[in-house]
Design a protein around this ligand. Structure first.
Ligand code: ADP
Ligand code: MG
Length: 250
């Protein structure tokens, strides 16, 4: 079953065509990494899933809900209610953590369940503790984001993304803001989610990690999908654009 289906997606910023007819599907339990040069449109693609950007054209279905479909030449978005439902069923982890600086770690994780999903505070707190425990952050529950290392901050933002039990998790370069010695602890957490069969879409520049964790690798270049295949096929591709991009990592 497909958890995410994107069909003929286009996104323009004025005259700049950033996404040019993107189509792909993510199946239940699948882990797909997206690789590609800076400026190729990876973040914009994820921001369309997160409703931070409106599409210019195309269809997006997430977990059986149609977020946007085409009415002739015009994109038609789902009702606010359905949009909120979709947001509650998807988790996002960004490069720069985006934690609420004036909230404790625990409150950062509890906030969406309480405020968005209306889960009773005590229940949300229990669950948040459980998640922090799982991610080795139990002792940091009362700390504030400024008291955390980058790796810990990113693990908190993963806990927060998991708090609403999403059907799919999106990561946008989760380790790009981290020192190399902290990258490992975050990649380890993502791998542990893979073991739990979490459906994940991960934008990354960590090629060894992508090779290891992915069921499929999507290579984007200048707003189009050049490759969408098993990691061994992408990393051994004969395609000139793919080879040139991957060549920069050797
Ligand atoms: P990537 O994440 O692959 O580095 P982005 O999706 O961030 O690429 O950006 C793709 C292109 O879209 C870039 O040329 C960028 O400058 C442009 N872009 C992104 N966001 C905006 C915006 N809000 N307004 C105008 N141009 C944008
Ligand atoms: Mg980006």
């Amino acid at each position: 079953m497909s958890v995410l289906s994107v069909t003929n997606l286009q996104k323009n910023f004025g005259k700049l065509k950033v996404l040019k007819d993107i189509s792909f599907q993510i199946n239940d339990g699948e882990i797909v990494t997206i690789i590609g040069s800076s400026g190729s449109g990876k973040s914009t693609l994820l921001r369309c899933m997160n409703q931070l950007e409106k599409v210019t054209k195309g269809t997006i279905e997430i977990n059986g809900h149609t977020l946007v479909s085409m009415n002739g030449d015009t994109p038609e978005y789902a009702s606010k209610e359905v949009q909120k439902k979709i947001l509650m069923e998807t988790g996002f982890v960004f490069q720069n953590f985006n934690l609420f600086p004036h909230y404790s770690v625990l409150r950062n994780v509890m906030e969406a369940p309480v405020q968005v999903a209306g889960i009773p505070k005590e229940e949300a707190r229990e669950k948040a503790f459980g998640l922090l425990r799982k991610l080795g952050l139990e002792e940091k529950a009362d700390a504030y984001p400024c008291e955390l290392s980058g790796g810990q901050s990113q693990r908190v933002s993963i806990a927060r993304a998991l708090a609403l039990e999403p059907k799919i998790l999106f990561f946008d370069e989760p380790t790009s803001a981290l020192d190399p010695e902290l990258t490992g602890e975050v990649l380890k957490v993502i791998k542990s989610l893979a073991d739990l069969n979490m459906t994940m879409v991960i934008v990354t520049h960590e090629m060894a990690f992508a090779k290891e964790i992915s069921d499929r690798v999507i290579f984007m270049d200048q707003g189009v999908i050049v490759e969408d295949a098993a990691p061994e096929d992408v990393f051994n591709s004969a395609n000139e654009r793919t080879r040139e991009f991957l060549g920069k990592y050797h």
